[in-house]
Design a protein. Structure first.
Lengths: 201, 333
């Protein structure tokens, strides 16, 4: 394991980042409390960076999907809800980094790219939404097992649950079963990272 | 040996020799005209392609900066980071730095990839040999940063068998199969990928690699040096950088200072005033995309969309989003 951040350092950094963190909702509150409680392993910070990247990818996708204006009002409504959810998730996982005195990546730091025609029709948008949500869900499920700080796990599980709801909607509206797997796949950090990297240029 | 790698070796060798002899470090690739440019070794190929009339000295950005502080006769420093030029600026040794390109850090393996490396995570496996630049040069510093951000520093450093003085030396060792993998810039790979296979470093772990240049305060060729900076920033030169694997300069995030009206019906045209509008990709009214026309970097006209609802207006370019401070009220059509 790499160097740890001490509780004192984290408390100090959390205080500095407090104003920014105040807006981020229930899960973030849990994250901040947890981050203040114990030294934070760098492996957990790596996971936080990965999750920030996942949320930026999801937000970017929904932004483009909504802007494409190729979906029915009903689907657009859910795209907007999902987009809003992802932005709240971003604030939460970015809060882990901010609390540790680390600047999280922001929109514009990562150039995302999608397969040609991804936003040309409702079907293509829903198909990509399904694929991305599967990846994001797997990433969060992997994080629950990979993150060492136990008190982060509940908040991460809450976000995973939200991502699972997104996936369920997109799967059912595509004609699939809203749910089927008893145990959705959890992605190890390397597989999650590689899966996400398919959407970066 | 490939041309780019050969140049890298020559540059480092010459720079080191001159450092030892006189502390000047100027490697004359062409001394009969132009200005003297000290530049990071990752630009060994691209800068002569931009202008072959200058005299270039390629080496470690940090070393070149030190040489300038010690009085080396450079007109411009072009660093593989933004910190060295900032340091010289703070010391009054150069004018205000200008970011002129970007890069990414990547992993390269020999073309045949005998170790079967598929991702950065594989570099932690037992028996893998890794080459990196020393942390005293920018590419080495970025390597440590990336590995730290991925939580892999300790595990990968255990497999590092050599530390080099430049990215060119890392490329050479990987290309000749002396090591299983090495950390280099994307541009190192793009320039000559013949003997290499690229393994991407995840975007979420990438450091911000910005290259900055500055005119040396003591330069007797101030106007020529400033003209060179303008040339580097020109569209034609930037295209050469991109062709060689560098990334275009990131457009600044837009700012939204004023909205000409506070309310209106769908179809109403309004004017937005702000900054960095030249590369705007979308304007929305509470999430509803609007048709817009860029009038200048500071002004956009927008048509209130049919589906707009009362809420804030956002303006987005590739670098980020600006949001109006006040809500725009939608009146019934």
């Amino acid at each position: 394991m790499d160097a740890l951040i001490t509780r004192a350092q984290l408390l100090s950094r959390s205080a500095k980042g407090g104003a920014a963190l105040a807006v981020a909702g229930v899960a973030l509150g849990q994250f901040v409390d947890a981050a203040s409680a114990d030294p934070l392993p760098t492996g957990d910070l790596a996971y936080a960076r990965l999750l920030v990247g996942a949320e930026l990818l999801a937000s970017d996708f929904y932004t483009q999907a909504i802007a494409a204006a190729n979906t029915s009002p009903a689907v657009t409504k859910y795209l907007k809800i999902a987009h809003s959810n992802e932005q709240e998730h971003y604030q939460s996982v970015a809060g882990i980094l901010k609390g540790a005195g680390v600047t999280p990546a922001v929109s514009g730091d990562i150039d995302f790219t999608y397969p040609k025609g991804s936003f040309d029709s409702e079907k293509s948008i829903l198909g990509l939404a399904q694929t991305l949500e599967t990846t994001v869900l797997g990433t969060y499920l992997g994080a629950i097992g990979g993150i060492q700080t136990n008190s982060f796990k509940q908040g991460i599980a809450q976000i995973a649950s939200s991502e699972a709801q997104h996936l369920s909607y997109f799967t059912s509206v595509m004609g699939g079963r809203a749910f089927s797997l008893a145990f959705p796949v959890a992605l190890p950090i390397d597989q999650a990272s590689n899966a996400m990297d398919a959407y970066t240029s | 040996m490939r041309f780019r790698t050969f140049l890298g070796f020559v540059a480092v060798a010459v720079t080191c020799a001159l450092l030892g002899a006189a502390g000047a470090g100027a490697k004359a690739t062409k001394a009969d005209a132009g200005i003297t440019v000290f530049a990071g070794s990752s630009m060994t190929t691209v800068l002569p392609a931009v202008d072959s009339d200058n005299t270039y000295s390629f080496g470690s950005t940090t070393s070149l900066g030190t040489q300038i502080i010690n009085g080396a006769p450079a007109d411009v420093l072009m660093g593989a980071n933004a910190t060295e030029t900032a340091l010289l600026y703070a010391q009054g040794k150069c004018e205000k730095p200008v970011v002129f390109t970007r890069n990414t850090l990547e992993v390269v393996v020999p073309k045949s990839n005998p170790a079967g490396i598929k991702s950065v995570y594989d570099l932690t496996k037992s028996g893998i040999t890794v080459d990196e630049a020393a942390s005293s040069v920018p590419v080495g510093s970025y390597t440590v940063q990336v590995l730290g951000q991925m939580g892999l520093n300790s595990a990968v450093q255990a497999n590092v068998v050599s530390q080099e003085t430049s990215d060119a030396n890392v490329v050479a060792k990987v290309a000749t199969g002396q090591v299983d993998a090495g950390f280099v810039y994307l541009s190192d790979y793009v320039i000559d990928p013949k003997d290499l296979t690229l393994i991407k470093v995840p975007a979420w772990a990438q450091p911000k690699i910005q290259y900055a240049m500055c005119v040396v305060t003591a330069s007797p060729n101030q106007s020529a040096a400033q003209a060179w900076q303008a040339k580097v920033l020109s569209r034609a030169s930037q295209a050469i950088f991109v062709k060689d694997g560098f990334l275009p300069i990131t457009a600044p995030v837009p700012t939204l200072a004023a909205v000409s009206k506070s309310s209106g019906k769908p179809g109403t045209k309004i004017t937005l005033t702000g900054s960095n509008f030249g590369t705007v990709t979308s304007v929305t009214f509470k999430g509803a995309a609007a048709k817009f026309k860029i009038l200048s970097g500071a002004k956009i006209t927008v048509t209130v969309p049919l589906k707009a609802k009362t809420g804030t207006i956002t303006v987005t370019n590739p670098s980020g989003t600006a949001t109006s401070s006040k809500s725009f009220t939608i009146k019934k059509a």
